[in-house]
Ligand binder design. Structure first.
Ligand code: SF4
Length: 226
């Protein structure tokens, strides 16, 4: 485990970007991309192990917020789901993702909370069904008080500030990992845009050819962002 004292944002970002460029610079395949994404998450986690955290499996309160992912993150989650889920379950999940997209795509966080538009990747027990490959943005958010989460994400209109004490160091580390991954993608000529989590995962599930398109350095269709 690395300590908070050894954290230097610029150095971390620069080393991680270099690692992404080295990994993806020679015409990557999907497995190499997935490994590069995992390496970014692991490197960030290395600074955050054993930090205080009230989050636990089955606590789904914050899994209602908008999540932005980089395209390789969405691609990796889609590939992982394809390998893991039987056909019928995958088809069911695709339906849930499509329904969620049609309802929630233009909602801000407040509206999502009010309408309980939880992430379609939550499982029946309130756990993250893609936990091993979950997005950097999800890894960035941790609470220090689960009761505050329960109150903050309760679907009611209020003028009161509903604050959740969070680990801001962890957020800074994972936000930097996200930026470094995006920089690396840009430097090797891959599409470095972010996309709403469900929209991105659904796109790669419904259109497997987008994986080849992304790996070839082409831009994904603009319609995905509309
Ligand atoms: S991907 Fe997992 S952790 Fe992230 S919002 Fe969805 S269920 Fe929650």
């Amino acid at each position: 485990m690395k300590s908070i004292e050894s954290w230097h944002e610029e150095q971390f970002q620069s080393e991680m970007t270099s690692g992404v460029v080295e990994a993806l610079g020679k015409g990557p395949d999907a497995a190499t991309v997935a490994r590069a994404v995992a390496d970014c998450a692991d490197a960030a986690e290395g600074f955050c192990v054993d930090r205080p955290c009230a989050c636990a499996a089955g606590c789904p309160h914050c899994c209602v917020l908008n999540v932005a992912v980089l395209l390789p993150e969405a691609m990796t989650i889609a590939l992982w789901l394809r390998q893991k889920l039987p056909g019928a379950e995958l088809a069911e999940l695709q339906k849930r993702l499509a329904t969620h997209r049609s309802w929630a795509r233009w909602m801000d966080d407040e509206e999502r909370i009010l309408k309980r538009m939880s992430c379609p990747l939550l499982d029946a027990h309130g756990g993250c069904s893609v936990h091993p490959v979950r997005p950097l943005a999800c890894r960035a958010i941790t609470s220090l008080d689960s009761q505050s989460c329960s109150e903050a994400f309760f679907p009611v209109v209020t003028d009161e500030d509903r604050l959740v004490p969070a680990d801001l160091f962890r957020k800074a580390v994972f936000d930097t990992a996200f930026t470094a991954l995006a920089s690396g993608l840009r430097l090797v000529g891959l599409d470095d845009r972010s996309i709403e989590l469900g929209t991105g995962v659904l796109a790669f599930l419904e259109h497997p050819e987008l994986t080849e398109r992304f790996l070839a350095g082409a831009k994904l269709p603009q319609a995905l962002w509309q």
